[in-house]
Design a protein around this ligand. Structure first.
Ligand code: C2E
Ligand code: MG
Ligand code: MG
Length: 556
């Protein structure tokens, strides 16, 4: 049923119908537009009116966030005098106007229910008082419908508590319930005005946001939600600390559906779990459908086995001298059927399917083999930066494997740098702090990749002494035009220098940006302005042509 076919009424706090869908007029047998300005109560029989009044009273007393959807059987009066037994689904309007609500009517002609009966399945979770999964469906579907005209989007933040089963088993059911109640109450109070909170399953909560709010705003909100959850919970004489794994998905209202949003937010949440829990993950805007995910996994496995993956290299240029300081190794996969598959697509598949360990070891080996080959043919080599997934870092054997590979290809540790994203660093920080210390002693550089897009708590920098910070290209791209981004880049440069790290700007595409970065004191840069990533055989030519500040035609 499309929105136009749906009978939907928007009712002001005074009980006046101030808007109605096209299907609503047809439902009541009225001309289009005839419902606007009528009193809602006039369109129902006497017993339905009593129920509507009672509901109204309850809602005017309730605070906005507790007014989740509910449903009643009602009898509507049609223009020809006939009665239409209907299911009425109520919810507060999401547009923030106090007391305004939405009533959706569905004919119950096949199974008339006695007027006013509270239907057995409710929209509320009795434990937390929050909307349950059905309530969430109502809220999401309504938000999608209402945001179409304004070209808005709906974001679902899916929060799953980590290791909740161990609380249930270790402390008992009552304590576990108290934890859920407490988390629900915290989220509801603190996320007020930021989104609607629901409890969609056992230990799973949702925050639903509608509007034109930017991805950056959500990226700021999510770590905040995680910190609120992490505050100690006093229960039954115990102090418990609970963490959560969070997945986020956004859909344009015109294209979204409840199922698609929930599937993607759930997928993102399970990725956050795989990344080691107590972290979050944003589903990309063009997701890989489930089926394709399976197919990709199988093809990737074969590509790895049959040696059909490659590493391409992108130069990282010293902004003062214009010389190449290092190369970043980026994985490339050309599939006969799918064509070029981006690492942004297949790395998550590898992480989810247990392939990342083998894939990561392959890229480390391949990079070290390349380094050894340059040394053999040119008598000199260049440091290579290899991207390392959080999943690799968690493997107990990572360090041993790294040492083995360095030794196997006789690569000096100083010729290798590991690029790790911020979100990989926020969990298990004790283990990672130890690892980074040992890597530093060994002489292997550690760069924090995509800096600025991850966790906002900078405490981890203190424990994890990086040799480099790589500023994400979302900030770099706009430094010439946006004061805020320029200020952020300047602050990151100062921060990096204060902790003794160098700074690399990613995604540099123009000479203007190069000049501005130089003025801001940025050390190094990388991007299409200098060169696109290309196969190893093109690099010696590139090195010969590199000159300070000079843009080169993209290679390969
Ligand atoms: P990253 O490590 O931040 O790599 C930089 C990405 O930006 C690369 O995308 C690169 O091609 C692209 N790029 C470089 N300069 C520019 C520019 O001027 N403009 C624009 N628009 N883009 C630029 P790519 O190769 O698609 O890789 C995407 C991400 O996939 C990488 O982001 C990295 O996180 C991951 N990745 C790639 N190779 C590996 C790998 O071997 N292991 C792991 N774990 N992750 C990898
Ligand atoms: Mg990188
Ligand atoms: Mg990056």
């Amino acid at each position: 049923m499309s929105f136009l076919d749906t009978c939907q009424l928007y009712v002001s706090a005074s009980g006046m119908i101030d808007d109605a869908s096209a299907g609503a007029a047809a439902f009541f047998g009225l001309a289009p537009g005839a419902l606007q300005g009528q009193l809602l109560l006039d369109r129902f029989d006497a017993s339905s009116r009593d129920h509507l009044r009672a509901l109204w009273r309850r809602w005017s007393e309730a605070s906005a966030e507790s007014g989740g959807p509910c449903e009643h059987a009602l009898t509507a009066l049609r223009a020809d005098g006939s009665r239409m037994p209907s299911l009425g689904i109520f919810r507060l309007a999401c547009d923030g106007e106090a007391g305004r609500f939405v009533l959706r009517l569905q004919p119950l002609a096949d199974q008339p229910a006695p007027s006013g009966t509270q239907l057995p399945e409710s929209f509320h979770d009795p434990l937390t008082g929050l909307p349950n999964r059905r309530g969430a469906r109502e809220l999401i579907e309504a938000s999608l419908q209402m945001g179409v005209q304004a070209a808005e989007s709906v974001t679902v933040v899916c929060i799953d508590l980590d290791n909740f089963r161990s609380i249930n088993e270790g402390y008992g059911h009552d304590v576990a319930e108290e934890v859920l109640r407490c988390v629900g109450a915290r989220l509801r109070q603190r996320a007020l005005g930021l989104g609607r909170v629901c409890r969609s399953a056992g230990d799973e909560f949702l925050v639903i946001r509608r509007g034109s709010s930017s991805e950056e705003e959500t990226r700021r909100l999510v770590p905040q939600l995680m910190r609120w959850i992490q505050e100690p919970i006093e229960v039954g004489g115990e102090t418990l600390i609970v963490t959560a794994s969070v997945g986020v998905a956004t859909h344009d209202c015109a294209a979204g559906s409840f199922d698609a949003l929930m599937q993607r937010a759930g997928y993102a949440m399970s990725r956050a779990k795989r990344l080691g829990r107590n972290t979050w993950y944003f589903a990309s805007r063009d997701p890989i459908p489930r089926l394709q995910h399976q197919a990709l996994k199988t093809r990737l496995y074969r590509a790895l086995e049959q040696g059909r993956l490659a590493l391409h290299y992108q130069p990282i240029v010293d902004l003062r001298t214009g010389e190449v300081r290092a190369f970043e190794a980026l994985m490339r996969w050309h599939d006969e059927q799918l064509g070029e598959v981006s690492p942004a697509q297949f790395i998550p598949v590898a992480e989810e399917s247990g392939l990342m360990g083998a894939l990561g070891a392959w890229s480390l080996e391949q990079a070290c083999r390349q380094s050894a080959s340059w040394l053999a043919t040119h008598g000199a080599t260049m440091p290579i930066a290899v991207n390392i997934s959080a999943v690799q870092l968690q493997r107990g054997e990572f360090e041993e494997e790294l040492l083995r590979i360095l030794q196997e290809f006789s690569v000096q540790p100083g010729m290798l740098e590991l690029e790790v994203t911020e979100s990989a660093l926020i969990h298990d920080s004790a283990h990672l702090a130890g690892l980074s210390l040992r890597l530093r002693e060994l002489g292997v550089g550690v760069a924090i990749d995509d800096f600025g897009t991850g966790y906002s708590n900078l405490l981890y920098l203190k424990h994890f002494h990086p040799s480099k910070l790589k500023i994400d290209r979302s900030f770099v791209r706009t430094i010439a035009s946006t004061d805020e981004d320029r200020a952020i880049v300047r602050a990151v440069i100062d921060l990096a220098h204060a902790i003794g790290a160098r700074v690399v700007a990613e995604g540099v595409e123009s000479g203007d940006v190069v000049r501005m970065l130089g003025e801001l004191g940025c050390d190094e840069a990388q991007g299409y302005h200098f060169a696109r990533p290309c196969a190893a055989q093109h690099l010696s030519a590139w090195l010969a042509r590199a000159r300070p500040g000079k843009a080169l035609a993209p290679m390969a």
